[in-house]
Design a protein. Structure first.
Length: 422
C-alpha cells in the first residue's frame, strides 16, 4: 500500500516550452500526488501573463505569444502551477525577435534565473519533498541542493555528446547539407550544465528507446534510464478534407534542418519517377535553406509555422508524412500525423521501435538512407489502398497514446522510485 504523499511532495519544473512536464504533472496529480508545477513558459490563465495577453496596448504578436503559452482550458494543474522567471521569459522572447544574438544571451539569462529560483524553492521545501522532476537545462542547481529527495531528469533528445559525434560524421560525409545541421555544437558551460544534471540525477526519463541507447553508448548506467513515449492531442481527422487526386502529397513538418534529415528526404524524392509526388514543408526556414531544398527537389511548397490546430488540418490533407531524422528524442510531429490518420515514414533514430510496426501502422527506414525512402515513396504513391490501410492502424495507435495517457503511464513508471526509501 502506498504511503500518503505529502502536500507539494513533488516539484515538476521546466524553463522551456516542451509539453511533457506539464502532462506529467497532470498525471501525478491524477494519481493522488500533491504536485507543484513550476514554469517560465506556461502560464495560468488567471495569472499576470494571462491578463497581459488580453491587453490591446501590447503588440499583437506579443499578445498572441502570451496566449499560446497559457495552460489549456480545464487544465488539472492550473491551481498548482506557479510562474518562475516568467517576466524574464517574455523579455527573452522580445529580445529574440529584435536581435537573434541578443535573444540567445537573454534566453541564457532567463534559464539561469529559473535554475536559481527553482533551487531556492527546493531549499525552502527540503523537509517535505519526495522528488524534484526537472526538464533538462532547468535543474542542475536544484539537484545540487542537499536533501533526501529523488532527482529525476527529463531529457527530451539524444545524448548531447552522441549527437556531437554522430552529426560531425554526418557533416563530413554529406557536406552539401552540413551548414544546416543543428544541435551538434553544445560545448563549454552549456555542456557542463547538462553533464552535471545527468550525474546528479537518480533517474533520467527519456521519450524513446533510441534516445536511451545514445545514453548507454556514452556510458550512462542503464539502471538510471526510464523510457516513456510521448503522447499527442486527441484529434479526429476533419471530414471531407479537400485534396488533389492528381498529386501524391508528402509532408515534412517541424524544424527544417539537416538534423531532421530534410536533405535526405528531398534527394530521395528527386529520384522518385512518379511526377505526381509533391513535397509540402511546414515550418520556419531560412532563405538559404529553402533555396537548397528547391534546388534538390523543385516540386516543393513552403508554408510558415502555424498554430497546432491548423497544422493538424494540413496533416490530414497529406498522403503521408516523412520524418527521416538523424538524431531525435522522439519525433512528435509523426505521432500527431498518425492521430489524424496520415501514416508516417520515420527513421530508426526516432520513436520507431517503441510505437511503429512496419507495414501495420507506419514504415521504418534506416537513418541517412535515401534509397530506402525513394523505394517506399514510389511504391506508396502507386498503392493508395496500402496507404489508407496503414493510416487506419496509425490512427488507432496514436489515439491510444494521448497526452493524458502519457501523464498517467509516466506517473506509474516514476511513483515506485519516488516512494522508495533512499
Amino acid at each position: 500500500m502506498r504511503r500518503a504523499m505529502r502536500r507539494h511532495d513533488v516539484l515538476v519544473a521546466s524553463s522551456g516550452t516542451h509539453p511533457e512536464p506539464h502532462h506529467l504533472a497532470t498525471g501525478l496529480r491524477a494519481r493522488g500526488v500533491q504536485v507543484q508545477f513550476l514554469s517560465s513558459a506556461m502560464f495560468p490563465r488567471d495569472a499576470l501573463m494571462g491578463a497581459l495577453s488580453q491587453k490591446k496596448v501590447l503588440p499583437q504578436r506579443l499578445r498572441q505569444e502570451l496566449a499560446r503559452r497559457l495552460l489549456p482550458v480545464g487544465s488539472h494543474t492550473r491551481q498548482n502551477t506557479r510562474s518562475l522567471a516568467a517576466l524574464e521569459e517574455v523579455l527573452a522572447w522580445v529580445a529574440s525577435r529584435a536581435h537573434p544574438a541578443t535573444g540567445r544571451r537573454a534566453v541564457s539569462w532567463r534559464t539561469a534565473r529559473f535554475r536559481a529560483g527553482l533551487a531556492q524553492r527546493v531549499r525552502d521545501s527540503t523537509g517535505t519533498l519526495s522528488a524534484v522532476v526537472g526538464q533538462y537545462t532547468s535543474c542542475a542547481d536544484a539537484f545540487a541542493v542537499r536533501g533526501d529527495f529523488r532527482r529525476i531528469l527529463m531529457y527530451p533528445i539524444a545524448h548531447h555528446d552522441w549527437m556531437r559525434d554522430f552529426l560531425a560524421e554526418e557533416a563530413a560525409a554529406n557536406p552539401r547539407w552540413a551548414p544546416y545541421l543543428q544541435g551538434h555544437d553544445i560545448q563549454g558551460f552549456e555542456r557542463d550544465l547538462l553533464e552535471a544534471e545527468i550525474e546528479l540525477a537518480d533517474l533520467i526519463l527519456l521519450p524513446s528507446t533510441f534516445a536511451a541507447s545514445t545514453f548507454t553508448a556514452r556510458g550512462v548506467d542503464p539502471a538510471k534510464l526510464v523510457v516513456s513515449p510521448l503522447g499527442s492531442e486527441d484529434w479526429s481527422p476533419p471530414e471531407d478534407q479537400p485534396g488533389d487526386d492528381r498529386a501524391f502529397v508528402v509532408l515534412f513538418a517541424g524544424q527544417v534542418n539537416q538534423r531532421k534529415g530534410i536533405g535526405y528526404l528531398v534527394e530521395a524524392l528527386a529520384a522518385v519517377q512518379d511526377p505526381r509526388v509533391q513535397l509540402v514543408v511546414v515550418g520556419k526556414s531560412s532563405d538559404a535553406m529553402r533555396a537548397e531544398i528547391t534546388r534538390a527537389f523543385g516540386r516543393t511548397r513552403f508554408i510558415s509555422s502555424m498554430p497546432r490546430e491548423n497544422l493538424m488540418r494540413q496533416m490530414a490533407q497529406a498522403d503521408i508524412l516523412v520524418l527521416p531524422s538523424l538524431a531525435e528524442g522522439f519525433g512528435l510531429v509523426a505521432l500527431e500525423s498518425m492521430a489524424v490518420g496520415t501514416p508516417a515514414i520515420v527513421s530508426t533514430h526516432t520513436f520507431a521501435s517503441d510505437l511503429i510496426r512496419h507495414e501495420v501502422n507506419g514504415w521504418v527506414v534506416p537513418a541517412a538512407n535515401r534509397s530506402a525512402i525513394t523505394s517506399l515513396v514510389e511504391a506508396l504513391a502507386a498503392d493508395p489502398d496500402r496507404v489508407r490501410r496503414v493510416g487506419g492502424g496509425a490512427a488507432q495507435v496514436a489515439r491510444a497514446r494521448t497526452w493524458f495517457q502519457y501523464g498517467l503511464s509516466t506517473a506509474d513508471l516514476l511513483l515506485p522510485h519516488i516512494e522508495r526509501p533512499r
